[in-house]
Design a protein around this ligand. Structure first.
Ligand SMILES: *Cc1c(COP(=O)(O)O)cnc(C)c1O
Length: 230
């Protein structure tokens, strides 16, 4: 192993350790590896990391074959319905289920492989216009309408959100709390006896320290571990 490789490894390892040590019990790390090469994912893997987040289907398909089989791949980016079929055989969780139509397609594809794919309902709580997701009201309406009950290929496992990209920590905390409230409402109304509905996915490099104080069970951290994306 070259000195250079060793230095990069120890750096990824130490960054991973720093983040993992700061997480409360019950919060897990999704290492967001999009745009970073398989070699860096391998380094993180050797440092004990098993959950990786990717946001582009093509990129994920290519990297996956170069990496250990026991990696748990989480899909975190906007997912086009016509691409679900490629990841359905193996994806561990889809954080970005942002429409009824997409959920129906995930279910359909999962059933072809005799699977139930864990899915998080992506909520739009940020101020930015461009983000995908259900508004809290749309999410509650979708659940009340009940069609999800017939989607046998999905396992509804919680909610996901992205906060506004702002410096105002109170605003970010407010948005996480809004998502947490939706989670609590759904938990009480539909999943009180269902342990698999348990995940609150929020917190990225810039705001995961806030997220862990506001109910996050899965933080999705990329650049803090792997450096800036190119
Ligand atoms: C890229 C991305 C992240 C990680 O962002 P960092 O700022 O690099 O930590 C988290 N969640 C989603 C949905 C992303 O697309």
């Amino acid at each position: 192993m070259s000195i250079d490789t060793y230095q990069r490894m120890s750096s990824i390892q130490s960054r991973l350790d720093l983040i993992r040590d700061s997480l409360p019990q019950g919060t897990r790390l999704v290492a967001v590896s999009k745009f970073h090469p398989a070699s860096m994912i391998q380094e993180a893997y050797e440092a004990g990391q098993r959950i990786f987040g990717e946001s582009h289907v093509q990129e994920l398909q290519e990297k996956r074959h170069q990496l250990p089989e026991d990696i748990k791949w989480h899909f975190i980016g906007h997912l086009q319905t016509n691409k679900v079929k490629y990841i359905a055989p193996y994806i561990s969780m889809i954080h970005s289920a942002d429409s009824p139509h997409l959920l129906a397609e995930i279910s359909k594809q999962a059933l072809k492989y005799d699977r139930k794919i864990p899915c998080l309902l992506q909520l739009h709580v940020a101020q930015e216009e461009t983000k995908f997701g259900f508004t809290p009201q749309e999410c509650l309406d979708f659940m009340a309408q009940g069609e999800w009950r017939s989607m046998a290929g999905i396992l509804l496992s919680g909610v996901m959100c992205m906060a506004s990209n702002v410096d105002d920590e109170a605003q970010i905390a407010y948005e996480f709390d809004q998502a947490r409230q939706v989670f609590q409402t759904l938990k009480v109304q539909y999943f009180s006896h269902d342990d698999s509905f348990c995940e609150c996915s929020w917190g990225m490099s810039n705001d995961y320290h806030i997220a862990i104080r506001h109910g996050s069970t899965l933080v999705r951290v990329g650049s803090l571990i792997f450096g800036q994306r190119v």
